[in-house]
Every structure is written in C-alpha cells, then in structure tokens.
Ligand binder design. Structure first.
Ligand code: SIN
Length: 541
C-alpha cells in the first residue's frame, strides 16, 4: 500500500469508545446496536441507515407462532421441512422459541404491527407454513415500518455513533484475533482507507443478490461481508444455497421489484401466455409449493418463451391498492393495474442461505468476529429458507450477540492495535462496474436457478480470471463470495433446496449435510480446475 496516511479516530466529537463496531445499517445491525445500548457502539454503513438494506424492502413480515392453535414446535417443523434435510434443529428451535419475545421488543421500539379489534396481532399465511404465522404491517409494508421504527430508535440513542457512507472492505487481524476494520469513506469512492480498531466486530452486511443480473435486493447487497470474512480466514457455511424468489415483477428494472408471496397466499394464480395454470402439473400444492419449485416452474416457462404471469384479478381484485400498497405502487410505475391485469413475473436472486458460519451466540470461527442477518449461515434455513424467517433470524441472533458480547467483554474499552490506515487509489469502487456486469452475467447463466457441472466449472474459471485482473478490495470481496458459491455448487453433486443441478437432479443421502469451507480450501479446489496457483495467495502478497 502506498503513502500511508493516518486519520485520528474517534473524532473529537465522539465521547464514547470504539470497542464494538457493527458493519451494516439493516435490521440485524441496528437491532444489535440497540440491544447493546448504553454500551458505546459504532455502526459503519455504506448508505444512510435503513437505506441500502434488504430488510426495508421486505414485504411480508416476521414469522412467529403467536396465533391461536400455532406452536413453536409447528414453526420448527415447517422450518425443518422447508430446509430440505440440512437445517440445524437446535438453531431452528432456538430461533422459533425466541420469536415472540423479539416481536415484543419490536413493538416496544414502536413497530405498528397489524392488530385486530381485540388488540391481538393479525397473522397471515405464506407458502410452506402450516399455520397463519406472519406478523405484518398494513399488508405488505412490514420491512419499511420496522426499519422506520428502528432508525428512529437508533437516532435517539446517544451511545450509538453512526458512520454513514463508509464502505468497509477489510477485516484486520493480528494472529488469531480480529483487531478492527478498514473502511473507505465517500460511499467507497475515496482513496483513503481508514482503520477502525475494535475488540468486537459484528458483521451485519446483508446479502449477495447483486451477484446475479436479476435480484430483489438493493445494490449494496454484493456479498461483501461474506467475502471479507472469508479473506480474513473465517469458515463459510452452505454458500451454494441461493434462494430465487419466484415472483419478481418482470419489467426490466434492476433491482427487480417484488410481488410478495402473500399474494399467492391470498389465492393469486400463475399462468403462462397461453393461459395455462402450469403449477398444477408440477406440485400438489401448485402455487403454494416450496419457493424453489415455483421458481423453477416459472423459469421453465420464461425460458420456453411463454412467459409467466401472476393473476390477482379474482383473488384480490379491487382490494389490491389497500391490501398490497407496495406491490400496487410498483405495478403503477410499470403501467400495470393489478386489479384488472396479470402481472409479468420472473425468478430473481432473493436470499442467500449461505454465509459466515456462526454458533448459537452469533460467534464466527474468528476470535472477535460475530455476525448476524443474511450475511451469516446459522443453519436455521438449511438449503431453502422458509418465508419470513429471515427478519426473525436477524433479530433473534442480533439480540443473542449483544448478550454474548456483554458477557464476554463486560467493560467497554479500546485496545492499542496497529493502525493500518492508508491510501490506495488503485482500489476504488467506481471502476469495477464493467467487471461487476460480467460477474453477474457469469453467475446468472452458470450458477443460477439451474446449474450443471459443466456450467459451474466454466464459471469458476471465468471468476478466477476476473479476480486476477481486478484489485479493487471491494470487488475482490464480491468475487470471493461468487467463487465460494460456484465451487461449493460444483462440489455438491446433487440437487437440494435452492441448489438444482440438471446433471444430478435428485437429493443424495451422502450429501445430506451442510457445507463448511474456508477460502484456502476453496482455492485448492479451484486451482485443481484452473491449473493455476491459488489466487487468494496472490491477492494477499
Ligand atoms: C415475500 O414477501 O414474498 C418475501 C418474504 C420472504 O422472503 O421472507
């Protein structure tokens, strides 16, 4: 790194200390910061908090067994069934068991969940849930309302320092300890790399949807958190499992607007351009089949040139605007009246089940690194996440992390770690757009809804080549995550949940387990394919 330049942090206006850093201004990061209060915490976020976070775009809500007749055990069993054989039962039980306490926390932070005339929470049904279990806000506005309440709470909490517009691009380590983070200000466009020392780092950097050309995630969801943790040596779990939402609205927008699954829960049906209700032939539950099955059904229609359309004209009709205001707004923007016309739909990358391996307290395999939200793989989702379990997982494990940090590091204090701040003009974010476009095309065509050994082998070679020609730290983090998805997909010679291989179309007993992989292990496998030395070693020299 050239011309070392040191900046003094914390700035003088900050009277707290930087012993806990949280990366990410989405639900997991904000909830963790609030749960740690009054302990001083710094949140680093690439966009203003609440913006650039998938949580704010969530339409359905939070799954919790709070309605009459529902039980935690039923929620656990549905989660396990959706996860296609590899859910960690202990984690799923813990998550479902703490759901109602976390819903009450959110109510206290001011989230206006829908209630009936008796004041009881209203719950709705989504695919693969055996009960009405999704707690929501004004139909499809849960994510927005939850984030609005939390952003307000965070801004009113003096122990939380916000550093917005900081793109974190490296986790620093000394020996086996995480010592802090390096972030680039000005939305990642500054040549300055500023070190933030810390005793505890919580990675809550969100998902990886923008690895793909079509996604429902905000542009900030580029898999950076997973890549950074992998490059620091953390074990990554289940990276091959990516969930494609069946019904992104197909109007050529990036990111793609979402038509919530709750619409199918209300009885909306899927048709091709010939009017056939194609899901009837594919699964007994038709439109309410698990998400991966519906996504593949729609993908086949689109690939065959017949297109796929969600018909809400009968099941929702004139109530659309009041019951699903968010989707209604998206349709209006595209000139579609969903009360009278069918909505064109297409699968889009929606949720990454894989991520930084964490335990029940959100601890990663690196000392000093915790992680929560979509950037993790707790084991709660297995190969296929049950709808509306993601916001739940985020708040449950964010809260457990806060307890764990408070127990392990009772006194807030800073530590005298080596300052690694500096200048690196070669590593700016703005330059990687062309390469990012290329990466998204590789991932969509070769590691997408349908995969094959041949396609993923090519993807691994092409991603490796891209990495050898790009040194932007931020982009290398994204490439690292893509590489882990592709190589783990190639190694898993079966189909399970969100991972479907045309050359191995069935589940196989010998693969009924999770994937645990380090970047070093991944690089060894990739090197066998490319015949070249391991790229990650080159990147770190
Ligand atoms: C949806 O509203 O369809 C998405 C819900 C989820 O992904 O959990």
């Amino acid at each position: 790194m050239a011309d070392k330049q040191t900046e003094l942090f914390p700035p003088q206006s900050w009277t707290g200390v930087d012993d806990v850093l949280i990366v990410g201004g989405g639900l997991a990061g904000l909830f963790c910061a609030l749960k740690l209060a009054p302990r001083p915490v710094t949140i680093l976020a690439s966009a203003p908090i609440g913006k650039g976070a998938s949580s704010a775009w969530a339409q359905a809500g939070i799954a919790a067994a709070v309605s009459p007749g529902d039980t935690v055990e039923k929620h656990v069993q549905d989660t396990i069934a959706a996860g296609a054989g590899i859910v960690d039962e202990h984690i799923a039980r813990l998550m479902a068991g703490e759901a109602s306490d976390r819903i009450h926390d959110l109510l206290e932070y001011g989230v206006p969940f829908d209630r009936d005339l008796e004041g009881k929470l209203v719950t709705s049904r989504e695919a693969a849930h055996s009960e009405n279990r999704v707690v929501r806000v004004k139909g499809d506005m849960a994510g927005r309302a939850i984030m609005h309440a939390l952003v307000t709470a965070v801004k009113n909490t003096p122990s939380i320092r916000l550093m917005e517009g900081y793109v974190v691009e490296e986790i620093t380590t000394e020996g086996k300890y995480v010592t802090g983070l390096i972030a680039r200000p000005d939305g990642g466009n500054s040549p300055k790399r500023i070190m933030f020392p810390a005793r505890a780092v919580v990675m809550a950097a969100g998902g990886s949807g923008h690895l793909y050309e079509r996604t429902t995630n905000p542009t900030e969801a580029r898999g950076g958190g997973i890549g950074m943790a992998a490059r620091a040596g953390a074990t990554i779990a289940d990276p091959e499992f990516v969930q494609f939402h069946p019904t992104a609205i197909n109007v050529g927008k990036d990111p793609s607007p979402l038509a919530t699954e709750a619409l199918r829960g209300e009885g909306c049906t899927l048709h091709n351009s010939a009017g056939e209700r194609f899901m009837l032939a594919l699964d007994d539950d038709a439109e309410m089949a698990p998400r991966d099955i519906v996504a593949r059904g729609i993908f086949a229609e689109v690939e065959a040139g017949r297109g796929a359309f969600l018909d809400c004209t009968t099941a929702v009709g004139e109530h659309f605007k009041d019951e699903f205001p968010t989707v209604y707004g998206y349709c209006q923007d595209a000139g579609i009246d969903p009360a009278k016309e069918r909505i064109p739909v297409i699968p889009a990358a929606h949720y990454h089940m894989g991520g930084i391996l964490t335990d029940a307290d959100g601890r990663s395999t690196l000392d000093g690194l915790w992680a929560c939200g979509e950037t993790t793989s707790t084991g709660a989702h297995g190969a296929n996440r049950l709808a509306s379990n993601s916001l739940l997982e985020a708040v449950v494990f964010a809260s457990r992390i806060a307890n764990n940090i408070s127990g392990l590091l009772p006194d807030p204090k800073t530590s005298p770690w080596k300052d690694k701040s500096g200048i690196n003009p070669d590593a700016q974010t703005a330059d990687d757009d062309v390469a990012m476009k290329k990466l998204r095309s590789i991932m969509s065509s070769k590691v997408g809804v349908l995969r094959s050994g041949e396609g993923m082998t090519k993807a691994v070679i092409e991603i490796d080549e891209l990495e050898r020609n790009n040194n932007s730290s931020r982009f290398v983090n994204t490439l690292t995550t893509a590489k882990l998805v592709a190589i783990a997909g190639l190694l898993r010679e079966e189909s399970r949940g969100g991972h479907f291989r045309t050359d191995f179309p069935k589940e196989r007993d010998e693969w009924k387990h999770r994937t645990f992989i380090t970047l070093k292990e991944a690089e060894k496998e990739i090197s066998k394919i490319t015949g070249k030395p391991e790229a990650v070693l080159q990147a770190q020299n």
